[in-house]
Design a protein around this ligand. Structure first.
Ligand code: GDP
Ligand code: MG
Length: 611
């Protein structure tokens, strides 16, 4: 087989060429990955002549035979190149890509690829095989050959092979960007062919569907008139209509009839046909006519698709830019010279963020105080609950004083030590609950984890988990230590609280203002419970404030500060790039997004000239 002229390309005129070129350029820059571009899919029942039609259009021999031959979707990308350049093709599937030097290699290589993807034998597969043919003798066009619809599974095929094939076909023909070429042989009951039914389902008004009737030479005698009616769109109307073509039959292939010769013979066939000769005039017969019509349809289709295409490109550009913007925020610049600045930027943001979290700025989303406040409230409630038992104990001590606690003093005098010890004992009882509260908070609340979850993944790894834990533990220990100290201090009963003195005044109501220096030395033990009650109020208030303040200061503010210092230490790192090494996933996505934006921008510009 020699490189053949596809008929298709000769049909181009100056008016249609630019549109085909436009889509070709878009496809070349890779926009096809982002957006479906206008293309032509060929569907039909098994052995209806799909591959033969494709061959005639493309001038390239494809695998053929009986039974299921096309087992994977085969994308035929025809690319016209300048005359001087030799025919060449690239066959690619999955990760494989094979260069072909001669058209005669195509058949064998496509078969091999299919065997690789769909297994030896009769299975089918969704993976696309792409055959890109570069030749001076083809047009720029992409056609997709799909597996034939099989009604009954043959030996070795799964029961649901028919459904599988149909699903695969549907995925292609449902796209609005695709022109569906439905291939139906003349020698079957056309109305009942599965291919035509599927095409009608996918495109009920037949706007994108063009039916091709093959094998007019094999027609049953007597059915010619019915075929004529069908071709004239009088039986199953399609807005794009029908075309009859005669391709190489098995005999012609065996005889070595070339594709070029076959096209000559086809014209002869129609010219001499008793019934079909009129179809040549009506432009409803021959591969040539099909090529012209297909070209025109494709161009019309492209013209119609352009506004949608432009919309889609704009939309994708917007999305991609937003995506890239996001990556810019979360991932370092690709250029090393900008890294340091970026790094410092992150540090500043990180500092701001955790300081805001730590200081509990109102309305801030990650306000850690919401969590803490309820703990602090519970602490206060717990303290309040101890008041009544304190009052009871103090009352009992006072009531029993003369019986149980009296020392060497004359009756009527009382020993301050006794009351001091009672208060000390009762206040110390609060120590355990205070430490417990700290433990509860520790268990449920880990500010450092909250802080670091807001920074870079790698940054987080840089400050090793141990460091973070170290800081956390150290801070908790400090709080615990301070709480202990607080209770040691509480043993030294002391207050200058106004409330206490006010209470004293009310109790004695002597008119004379009570103070440390001028307290009337009267023995008035019955007033002790009230006085101690007032003092306990002050202790409770002191602890209700002090414990939360210690937690806030050491576990939030100082932790945040230590963490920031730790982070800033990283700027000394010899290799900031290493610190900032993104997860490869993000950088990969970023690079693909960048590439997508570039090609979509070019596509957008190209499209502007057409709309
Ligand atoms: P596919 O399975 O739909 O791809 O069908 P093929 O293109 O492989 O064709 C099936 C058989 O029909 C092959 O042997 C072709 O040579 C034959 N064939 C295709 N078109 C015609 C035609 O117009 N006339 C005749 N006589 N045979 C044809
Ligand atoms: Mg085929």
């Amino acid at each position: 087989i020699t490189p053949m002229d596809g008929v298709f390309h000769s049909q181009f005129e100056e008016t249609v060429r630019p549109y085909i070129d436009l889509i070709d350029t878009l496809r070349e820059i890779g926009v096809g990955e982002d957006i479906s571009l206008p293309s032509i899919a060929v569907i039909g029942d098994q052995s209806s002549g799909k591959s033969s039609v494709l061959e005639a259009l493309s001038g390239v021999a494809l695998p053929r035979g009986s039974g299921i031959i096309t087992r994977c979707p085969l994308q035929l990308k025809l690319r016209k190149i300048k005359n001087e350049v030799k025919w060449q093709a690239v066959l690619s599937y999955k990760d494989t890509s094979i260069k072909l030097e001669d058209p005669s290699q195509v058949e064998g290589c496509v078969s091999k690829a299919q065997n690789m993807l769909a297994g030896d034998g009769v299975g089918i597969c969704d993976d696309l095989i792409t055959l890109e043919i570069m030749s001076a003798n083809v047009c720029d066009l992409t056609l997709i050959d799909l597996p034939g619809i099989a009604r009954v599974p043959v030996q070795g095929q799964p029961e649901d092979i028919g459904d599988k094939i149909k699903n695969l076909i549907r995925r292609f023909i449902e796209k609005n960007e695709t022109i569906n070429l439905v291939v139906v042989p003349c020698n079957v009951d056309i109305a009942t062919t599965e291919a035509l039914k599927m095409a009608q389902e996918a495109d009920p008004e037949g706007r994108r569907t063009l039916a091709i009737l093959t094998k007019p030479d094999l027609i049953d005698k007597g059915t010619e008139k019915i075929i004529l009616k069908i071709v004239r769109n009088q039986v199953i109307p399609l807005s794009k209509g029908y075309i009859v073509v005669k391709c190489r039959g098995q005999r012609q292939i065996e005889d070595g009839t070339s594709l070029e010769q076959a096209i000559q013979e086809e014209i002869g066939f129609f010219k001499n046909h008793e019934f079909f000769r009129c179809l040549l005039q009506e432009e409803k017969a021959s591969v040539n006519c099909l090529a012209t019509k297909l070209t025109q349809d494709l161009v019309d289709h492209i013209k119609k698709s352009l506004p949608l295409l432009a919309d889609e490109i704009n939309k994708q550009l917007r999305n991609s830019r937003a995506e890239l913007n996001h990556y810019h925020k979360v991932s370092p610049p690709l250029e090393t010279e900008n890294l340091k600045e970026f790094f410092i930027g992150i540090m500043i943001k990180f500092n701001e963020k955790i300081n805001r979290m730590a200081s509990g700025a109102a309305g801030y989303r990650d306000n850690l105080f919401v969590q803490l406040n309820s703990e602090f409230k519970q602490w206060k409630e717990q303290l309040d609950c101890t008041k009544s038992s304190f009052h009871q104990v103090v009352q009992d001590v006072v009531d029993d004083y003369d019986l149980k606690y009296r020392g060497r003093e004359l009756p009527g005098f009382s020993d301050y030590n006794v009351f001091e010890m009672v208060v000390q004992r009762l206040v110390i009882e609060l120590k355990e609950p205070a430490i417990d509260r700290l433990r509860v908070i520790r268990g449920t609340f880990t500010p450092l984890t909250a802080f670091t979850s807001h920074c870079f993944h790698n940054l987080e790894q840089c400050i090793s988990a141990n460091k973070i834990e170290d800081i956390q533990l150290k801070q908790e220990e400090k709080v615990e230590q301070r709480i202990m100290e607080q209770f040691e201090m509480e043993k030294l009963l002391y207050t200058q609280d106004e409330i206490y003195f006010k209470t004293l005044n009310e109790i004695h109501s002597s008119g004379e203002l009570a103070s440390e220096d001028r307290y009337p030395g009267l023995e008035s033990r019955n007033k002790y419970p009230e006085m101690l009650k007032a003092y306990y109020e002050i202790v409770v208030q002191r602890l209700a404030d002090q414990v939360p303040m210690l937690i806030r200061y050491f576990m939030l503010k100082e932790s945040a500060h230590l963490l920031c210092t730790e982070m800033l230490g990283l700027t000394d790192c010899a290799n900031i790039a290493e610190v900032l090494r993104e997860e490869s996933d993000i950088s990969r996505r970023r690079i693909t997004t960048q590439a997508r934006i570039e090609r979509l921008t070019i596509a957008q510009k190209k499209l502007r000239n057409f709309i």
